[in-house]
Design a protein around this ligand. Structure first.
Ligand code: F6P
Length: 554
């Protein structure tokens, strides 16, 4: 991957000058001056997604400078390097091949003389056989009853993707009840076990390393409780415990049989692993056929990302627009608002994809960056956000670019809910863009139109507090319907947006050294907490906090 200080590129300098010229132009004016604005700044992806980026604070000149920036970084070459399995995860000396997990179009991938496409196919076969057996009630627990519940034990990428996808695709689920335990807080285990009967439950221990403290602690607790049940034998674990990991030795040491082990690979990052056997809970929940459609959706977006010219390439455009706000408007956050209740975990899932990938401050030349890197990602489903934080979007002082996503067709047509939800979706992006002017307030209050007297009165009147400044940028995505296929497309789209940003921010998006610090510090402090003696080992704050705990724990 080409390594450049982005701020020294010609395009960046052009963008800086350009920003000063257009930063105060209002979206109202951009639309008033160009009746074809929508046509210029929207793309229709196979009649499955309409992507409207016209309500952004940019012009065709902005886009050409941003596309020049992508060219200066040879973005296309970097994309190719990823798909071909080059070791672009430089600091861990690994390829980045989550795209290989859903490769239905391209030739087999050979890595270190191994045909990994074949390995992937074999694991997919194992996922199909097992999920079919459980769903068709052929798989029996130790009490010889069929399975009713599935508990996925994992955290981060071994939780967020499977949890979000099984929730988002609930309309496709079968009789199996899905549960996800991730938090180290014992409450997560206790509250989940209240809902299940272990004799008809299977436990999926999902951990790429099989050493993550939260997951292994939760797994050991459940294993102990399972074996403490009356008349349960060690051998009964084979009917109830399964592992998804790349660390076979640790899996076998835990007491899980090889036939209950689903391998994943080192060349798939945790936050990109939902497409691997980490997605076993998804296949169990919606069936293998739907899981395969999910993979196919991601693949069709992969093909788009790989083969479409940059100026028509949706993930590329999304990534560039983010760079524009993050690095020139200095927007610190980006919001994701999905107007679909099943998708309530989508922004949480994207937090890891974005922030664990691009939350970096050393560039690909080993220099500390002098530019902004990863944004803060947040969001809530619509329409709930409108009754919580949209006030700040409409009248606050923060620039918050946001993505609005909605399915045109709902799974739950009832009364006139969906048409109302759509009306909010369209109204919000319109209001955020164009605000509410004096004239509109006059009209609302049935005041005389445009007379100077009224406007001057108005400025002394409380109505001034009703002004909405607008000019808040949004991207709109209209999906046909949230299905396994379209969700795969959407998730792949955002993965590649993050990739695009990382290339141009000149950082490595596929390691996560920052999270190692917290993990090792916790182990060190854990040993300290076990000692009766008051602690003097750390800084005054940490010592005081630990000692307060020691003196007050019951
Ligand atoms: O958050 C750090 C991290 O390594 C993530 O990248 C990963 O998804 C998560 O922890 C869980 O790791 P594992 O799957 O190895 O348990």
């Amino acid at each position: 991957m080409k390594s450049l200080n982005p701020t020294t590129t010609k395009s960046w300098k052009d963008l800086k000058k350009h920003y000063l010229k257009i930063k105060d132009i209002h979206l109202k004016d951009l639309f008033q001056n160009d009746s074809n604005r929508f046509e210029k700044f929207s793309l229709n992806f196979k009649d499955i997604i309409l992507f409207d980026y016209s309500k952004n604070r940019l012009t065709t000149k902005t886009m050409s400078y941003l596309l020049n920036l992508a060219q200066e970084f040879n973005l296309k070459d970097s994309i190719l390097s990823m798909f071909e399995g080059k070791k672009i995860n430089f600091t861990e000396n690994k390829p980045v091949l989550h795209t290989a997990l859903r490769n239905f179009h391209r030739k087999n991938i050979i890595l270190n003389k191994k045909n990994i496409s074949l390995e992937i196919k074999n694991v997919l076969k194992k996922i199909k056989l097992f999920s079919d057996a459980v769903i068709n009630k052929k798989w029996k627990g130790y009490s010889d009853k069929s399975i009713t519940d599935v508990v996925n034990i994992g955290i981060g990428g071994s939780d967020l993707g499977p949890f979000m996808v099984t929730e988002a695709l609930k309309p496709y689920k079968n009789h199996l009840n899905m549960h996800f335990i991730s938090n180290l807080d014992g409450t997560h285990v206790i509250e989940t076990l209240k809902k299940i009967d272990m004799s008809t439950t299977i436990f999926l221990i999902s951990s790429k390393t099989f050493t993550t403290q939260e997951t292994i602690t939760n797994a050991n607790t459940i294993k102990k409780l399972f074996l403490n049940q009356n008349k349960v034998l060690e051998s009964d674990m084979s009917k109830h415990f399964f592992a998804i990991s790349m660390n076979k030795n640790e899996v076998l040491k835990f007491g899980i049989l090889e036939e209950n082990f689903f391998p994943i690979w080192d060349w798939v990052g945790g936050r990109y692993s939902v497409w691997s056997a980490v997605g076993l809970s998804i296949a169990l929940s919606i069936g293998y056929k739907n899981f395969s459609l999910f993979l196919k959706g991601a693949d069709v977006m992969d093909e788009h990302f790989l083969n479409t010219p940059l100026k028509k390439n949706i993930p590329v455009l999304l990534g560039l627009i983010s760079i524009w706000y993050n690095n020139f408007f200095n927007a610190q956050t980006e919001a994701i608002f999905v107007y679909d209740q099943y998708m309530y975990k989508f922004s949480t899932y994207l937090q890891q994809t974005n922030m664990e990938s691009n939350g970096k401050n050393i560039d690909r030349n080993k220099n500390i960056v002098s530019w902004q890197t990863g944004s803060i990602i947040w969001g809530e489903p619509g329409s709930n956000g409108q009754h919580s934080f949209y006030q700040l979007l409409h009248q606050g002082t923060k620039l918050i670019p946001s993505d609005f996503i909605i399915p045109i067709n709902t799974h739950n047509q009832i009364n006139n809910h969906h048409i109302k939800l759509l009306s909010h979706f369209f109204a919000q992006t319109k209001s955020l863009a164009f605000g509410k002017s004096i004239k509109e307030i006059l009209k609302d209050n049935n005041l005389e139109k445009n007379t100077f007297q009224y406007i001057s009165d108005l400025n002394n009147d409380i109505n001034i507090y009703k002004l909405c400044h607008g000019n808040q940028p949004t991207n709109s995505f209209l999906l046909d319907k949230i299905t396994p296929y379209t969700l795969g497309i959407l998730m792949s789209l955002y993965e590649h947006k993050v990739f695009t940003q990382g290339v141009i921010m000149n950082i490595f998006s596929f390691d996560q050294w920052g999270v190692e610090l917290g993990k090792s510090a916790a182990n060190n402090i854990l040993n300290e907490l076990k000692k009766k003696k008051l602690t003097k080992k750390y800084d005054s704050s940490t010592n005081a906090l630990i000692n307060f705990y020691k003196l007050n724990k019951k």
